[in-house]
Write a protein that binds this ligand. Sequence first.
Ligand code: ZN
Length: 124
Amino acid sequence: MNSKLKNSERLQIKQQKADSGLMSERYPNVASVIVAMNYYNGSSGQVIMQRTVNFFPNSNTYFKMECMKRDCIDGGFNLETVIAKMMKGRLKSGKGELVCAGKDSSGHARIDYKISIKYKDTSR
Ligand SMILES: [Zn+2]
């Protein structure tokens, strides 16, 4: 049953979130991360959902966005590397596209994203 699998996946995600650590600990110079996404269904150009996720110093550094398809197993959009790279180069904004990594049979969902990062003043 897919719903059972999805539930165990949710538990896993919960654990991964808890393990990812706080942003204030892993990235102490970052004040906020804002991820704005448009969700598309398969290859159609139609936006099915818009979503904005905010991260603050007291947030977990779990930058993997869940796939919105109900029958999608092990899917999602991992922005971890993109965001880590931006933070390293102290970039304030970035954008791109991702296709869901999940094993859903009915065509893959995709997103485009815009990321804005605010840094703390490190001059003091
Ligand atoms: Zn998916």
